[in-house]
Design a protein around this ligand. Sequence first.
Ligand SMILES: [Zn+2]
Ligand SMILES: [Zn+2]
Length: 328
Amino acid sequence: MAAHRQSRPWSGGEVAAREVRPPQYDPQCYLCPGNTRISGRSNPAYTGTYVFDNDHPCVGPDAPAHLAAPPWPYRNAPATGIARVVCYSPRHDVTLAELDVEGVDALLATWQEQMRELSARPEVAYVLIFENKGEAVGVSNPHPHCQIYATNFVFKYIETEFRAGERHHHETGRVLFEDVIAAERQDGRRILSEQASAIAFVPYFARYAYEVYVAPTRVHATLASLDAPERRDLATVLRDTVIRFDNLWKMPFPYVMALHQAPVRDDARGFHFHIEFHPPLRRPNLLKYLAGPEIGGGNFLSDTSPEEKAAELQAAGGPHYLTETGPA
Ligand SMILES: [Zn+2]
Ligand SMILES: [Zn+2]
């Protein structure tokens, strides 16, 4: 933490806030209902969530299975999997923050179905569900959607978290993330939202200024095992969190959202499913650049204090700022 550096002079790049609201339906959008995608396939006239196989998959079944062996000391292995897209709504112009609780709950139910289906496949070792939102993280299409990568390998952060959880469980007999939630509750300053079985907070160890974790309070290795009341609580807290993001500067708030679930085939003991938000902005038009300490040295340098940023988000509660002026 180096919060004292926050007001140093700045004359670098800025991110333009989106001023014009997009149309409810865009004939050029490959995600809108009824439109034809680049593959030639057409989207149905869907009314809720809609899932399809990515036309430009990062991992796909056609990847080369046999790779030429590289020279020592390099190693390689084929990366295979399934890549899918999940549209949150037929509406082109809304975001996750503008769905009602039923809409967010339906999205969580869709993720659960995907999780159950994909994790049952023998070749799948991990299911990564994530949303890149906003031009600041490279997404120019505002249509609300996320992606799913079901892969034959486990992603690096998950592996690290899994091992840390295992070690903690071995040393204390406790689940690490449960202890994290207990510590956040004991401090209380960084908690943003709570329901009977779900919580959202800026973690003590936040790397990004507005980093937020959203989680069920009971231990679940993955999203798939949440029952209906728990899913509803999680939907409520998740929605409340993204509304706070948008309300903060009265603009669609860019972020990378990732669901951290246990690896599919490992013994999941010690892993507690949670959702992480990594927003790239430090101020309305100011990106957090990854530079010397982060890229060059591998350590995150935060220019802000998590307590201060949590207080800003605590003051930015619902309703969504567009509720008054936007379409019903
Ligand atoms: Zn669209
Ligand atoms: Zn995590």
